[in-house]
Ligand binder design. Structure first.
Ligand code: HMG
Length: 384
């Protein structure tokens, strides 16, 4: 029996802010953003969007295609949680009308945790192959205004159905693992923006990649030269280039597998959406599936990283016919539909983001599910 990703779909915030606009107001060359970090735009959420509404938007096409039968587990990976106790997936379970017979949890470890969620899903399906697991990765990435991380903000969600005999990607059993207790990026409970030691975080990311790769190989993982592509966590797309170069140096110094041109199909969405934390690596996968050539039967590598820090390297093989499963123009369409906002509105929204007490939100989202506001400390959602 093979197990893996049976379906995958994504969504993003309904607003878009161009990094050219940010560079102009900062008085710097936009080349730093377009080429230096490899980002052109960032997706931002409207007042009535959050991790739950984006997750619902991402999951809906999967549920419409496959129904809910067999989905007894929903694992929601995020680091921009909306409640300290109640899991975001319980809100999602409500707005999607999922069956009562379900275990529904939220998991956290910075940008890494969607990969843990997939691994949990693989274990559940292995034990009981009639079950399917809905994995959600959804985040709003926010940094302080005028900070080094500001250009790497973003928002988005990816939903994936983990099942036996998958139609998209068969995930192989070997994983390479790495964890170290470091302070490269974190967000204390009283903040909605992350704290980051930017240059150090890049260094830890690369150390983690090396460590996870060595563990992957020590556990019988495939050679680097056998990968048709590698999807990396992309806090900004240029990070994938740094990662590919580092991996090639240790894993295949004389070969061509480290060619950075191979990354092109994996960065299209992230360059226009920005960092989506847990969703970022799976947006890289979706970008490859939607925009890349047909790689049926080929092995794809994955490097998942979460600050703090945890890394995992694993691999999967694309299933023949997977291209026919793709909703190729769907995310592209959502990207085109986003409402562009200018610098002043962007700043205003950033400052107004942290609201306390009871409030109602303006009706702005382009999605079907909206965050309506807070009443008596309770988050309210409505579906159109
Ligand atoms: P910075 O210090 O403002 O930028 O922030 P810089 O001066 O290092 O410039 C960036 C690059 O642009 C450099 O290239 C410059 O040379 C180049 P590099 O040396 O890296 O190859 N550059 C130009 N290129 C072309 N034309 C120009 C030009 N000017 C400069 N005119 C930094 C960079 C990444 C530190 C910042 O964006 C940041 O702090 N970001 C947030 C942290 C982050 O994303 N870290 C990544 C690793 S940690 C991670 O992935 C986990 C995370 O996703 C969170 C989680 O796990 O939850 C963040």
């Amino acid at each position: 029996m093979t197990i893996g990703i049976h379906d995958i779909s994504a969504a993003t915030g309904s607003l878009v802010f161009a990094l050219a606009d940010l560079a102009e107001h900062e008085g710097i060359d936009v080349g730093k953003y377009h080429r230096g970090i490899g980002q052109t735009e960032m997706s931002l959420t409207t007042e009535d969007e959050d991790i739950v509404t984006m997750a619902a938007r991402a999951a809906k096409p999967i549920l419409e295609r496959h129904g809910v039968e067999g989905i007894r587990t929903v694992v929601f990976a995020t680091e921009s949680g909306i409640d300290q106790s109640k899991a975001a997936s319980v809100f999602l379970h409500g707005v999607l009308g999922l069956p009562r017979s379900a275990r529904v949890v939220e998991v956290k470890e910075a940008c890494y945790s969607a990969t843990a969620a997939i691994q949990f899903g693989l274990g559940i399906v292995e034990r009981r192959p009639s079950e399917r697991v809905l994995v959600i990765a959804s985040d709003v990435a926010r940094y302080e205004l005028n900070s080094s991380g500001e250009a790497t903000q973003g928002s988005g969600a990816v939903a994936m159905l983990i099942a036996k005999d998958p139609a998209v990607l068969e995930i192989e059993p070997v994983s390479g693992l790495w964890t170290d207790d470091v302070w490269d990026f974190w967000r204390p409970n009283d903040r909605s923006t992350a704290l980051v030691d930017g240059k150090y975080s890049v260094q830890v990311y690369l150390e983690s990649l090396e460590g996870a790769w060595q563990d992957y190989r020590a556990n019988g993982g495939a050679e680097f030269s056998s990968f048709a592509r590698v999807c990396y966590h992309q806090p900004f797309t240029r990070m994938a280039v740094k990662a590919q170069q580092r991996l090639a140096r240790i894993a295949d110094p004389d070969g061509e597998s480290g060619d950075i041109d191979r990354l092109a199909d994996t960065v299209e969405y992230n360059a226009r959406i920005g960092n989506t934390y847990t969703a970022s690596i799976y947006l890289a996968l979706l970008s490859l599936l939607d925009n890349g050539p047909d790689l049926a039967g080929e092995r794809i590598g994955f490097f998942s990283y979460g600050s703090g820090a945890v890394g995992e390297f694993f691999a999967g093989v694309l299933v023949p016919g997977y291209k026919a499963q793709m909703r190729t123009d769907e995310l592209q369409g959502l990207l085109e539909q986003r409402r562009p906002i200018a610098y002043d509105e962007y700043r205003h929204r950033h400052i107004a983001y942290d609201r306390v007490g009871d409030f109602e939100t303006a009706d702005e989202t382009q999605g079907d599910v909206r965050f309506a506001g807070i009443a008596e400390h309770r988050r309210l959602y409505e579906s159109r």
